[in-house]
Write a protein of this length. Structure first.
Length: 219
């Protein structure tokens, strides 16, 4: 039977130096340059003081590549379209010029006939008709999404200007946009006037009356 490690309460049988040598602590110190090895503590990350009320999932990097918008088979360059959305141009007939990189359609009235300028339209909000215009002589290579996009700038008003009821001055288009519109209209109007009654057809606004069934109509 091994002798007990304690002689009495609080008094150990082996001294501190004796237990130091028995445990082989001196050998551990000798291997590590006379000091006990210390484990590296991980760097403590500061915890946030506030937590979101709901569990928020971390954002993952999207690997999806956007595909180009597929153009409807009924829409080809020169096709006359009917605009279905927009408070100002709803019901107007426009001529399709080309599809932009964003997938939107570049159309115009032309402006000289029905007041529709060069603008972008989503193909979901148009009806393609069977009427077509020859636009082979119309040069639309310079037009892109930046041409029709308007840059909106906020103007800070003073306290006195907030309560003014006078009408604001109308915004004028840049000169280069006016020149481009005139160049497009000049070629389109020639092609439209060569077809009988086409000018009147484009200038008339499309509308439905009671009893009309659009799903049975042929455009």
């Amino acid at each position: 039977m091994a002798p007990p490690s304690k002689m009495a309460l609080g008094i150990k049988r082996a001294s501190r130096s004796n237990s130091y040598h028995r445990r082989g602590l001196w050998a551990i110190k000798a291997k590590n340059g006379g000091a006990f090895p210390k484990a590296e503590k991980p760097v403590a990350v500061a915890e946030p003081k506030f937590y979101p009320a709901d569990d928020v999932k971390p954002r993952t990097v999207s690997t999806r590549k956007p595909k180009p918008t597929k153009l409807r088979s009924t829409i080809t360059p020169g096709t006359v379209l009917i605009v279905l959305a927009g408070r100002r141009y709803m019901g107007k007939r426009v001529v399709f010029l080309k599809q932009l990189k964003s997938g939107l359609l570049l159309v115009t009235g032309p402006f000289k006939i029905n007041g529709v300028p060069i603008r972008r339209v989503n193909q979901s909000y148009v009806i393609a008709t069977s009427t077509k215009v020859d636009i082979s002589k119309v040069n639309v290579g310079k037009f892109d999404d930046k041409f029709t996009r308007e840059k909106k700038t906020r103007v800070k008003k003073t306290e006195g200007e907030l309560f003014e009821t006078d009408k604001e001055a109308t915004k004028s288009l840049p000169d280069f946009k006016k020149d481009d519109q005139k160049a497009i209209d000049a070629e389109l109007v020639k092609a439209i006037e060569a077809v009988p009654d086409l000018k009147n057809y484009l200038s008339a606004r499309f509308s439905l009356r009671d009893g009309d069934k659009p799903h049975e109509m042929s455009f």
